[in-house]
Design a protein around this ligand. Structure first.
Ligand code: GLY
Ligand code: MN
Ligand code: MN
Length: 239
């Protein structure tokens, strides 16, 4: 019942997404070196409440610098520094339904060459994955498109070497993309519903709502990619 949303539910999720999106744009104006991660979280959440949302759908994530690589980071306790990227993942809850958006942007207003190169890989994966979403498409084909674009990018950036097929088969990309591309969205941010029917990936139908959220993360732990350390980028939208 919860996997297929009716028109009233879709309307609530659209309003949650719209409020979340507008609040992100407003929050960006508060971003500058010295701002606390907690201040960006407060600015975003103020936008949600100002626009009529009841609460956040989940704890807001504002990760700057190396904190952008921590998947469910919610301390939001560091000050932004010149040259950092900041990853903000937040969602308004509207009439019990969740929005869930992520954007990653440079604190100083422009990307370094290397940040831009990684951003463009994630952006392309995000666009290509969104273009696949349609009724009749298997959910796992969205993930496969995202993974293949990310792996192409990791090869171009010389982060990984070898053939894309091998890298995908043995999963070495998972060090840099350790999560799935999509989850169901609804009453809960990770809404209920099976992703597989038996061993077959779920086929998308009108009324299903999902996120598309590819990312690449370079925590300062993985040897051989020191020049990327501290870069964590995710771009997430709701479809
Ligand atoms: N904000 C949780 C998620 O994106 O899955
Ligand atoms: Mn999500
Ligand atoms: Mn999210």
């Amino acid at each position: 019942m919860r996997l297929l949303k009716d028109d009233e539910e879709l309307d609530r999720i659209r309003r949650a997404a719209q409020i979340t999106s507008e609040s992100f744009c407003e929050m960006l104006r508060h971003c500058s070196p010295g701002t606390g991660e907690w201040e960006l979280a407060a600015a975003l959440e103020f936008g949600f409440r100002k626009r009529g949302a009841s609460r956040t759908a989940y704890p807001t994530i504002v990760g700057s610098g190396r904190n952008s690589c921590v998947l469910h980071y919610s301390d939001n306790g560091r000050r932004l520094e010149e040259g950092d990227l900041v990853l903000v993942d937040g969602g308004a809850e509207v009439d019990l339904y969740a929005g869930d958006i992520t954007r990653t942007f440079p604190v100083s207003g422009s990307f370094s060459t290397i940040q831009k190169a990684v951003y463009e890989v994630v952006q392309r994966a995000h666009e290509c994955a969104i273009n696949v979403v349609a009724p009749g498409v298997a959910l796992d084909s969205i993930h496969r498109v995202a993974v293949s674009r990310l792996v192409e990018g990791l090869l171009d950036l010389d982060v990984l070497a070898g053939s894309a097929e091998e890298i995908i088969a043995n999963g070495t990309y998972k060090k840099f993309f350790p999560h799935q591309t999509s989850h169901w969205l609804g009453l809960d941010v990770h809404d209920v519903g099976d992703y597989f029917v038996g061993d077959q990936s779920r086929i998308l139908q009108p009324g299903m709502v999902l996120t598309v959220e590819p990312g690449l993360y370079f925590p300062p732990l993985i040897e051989g990619v020191e020049e990327f350390f501290g870069i964590g980028i995710r771009i997430e939208d709701d479809l």
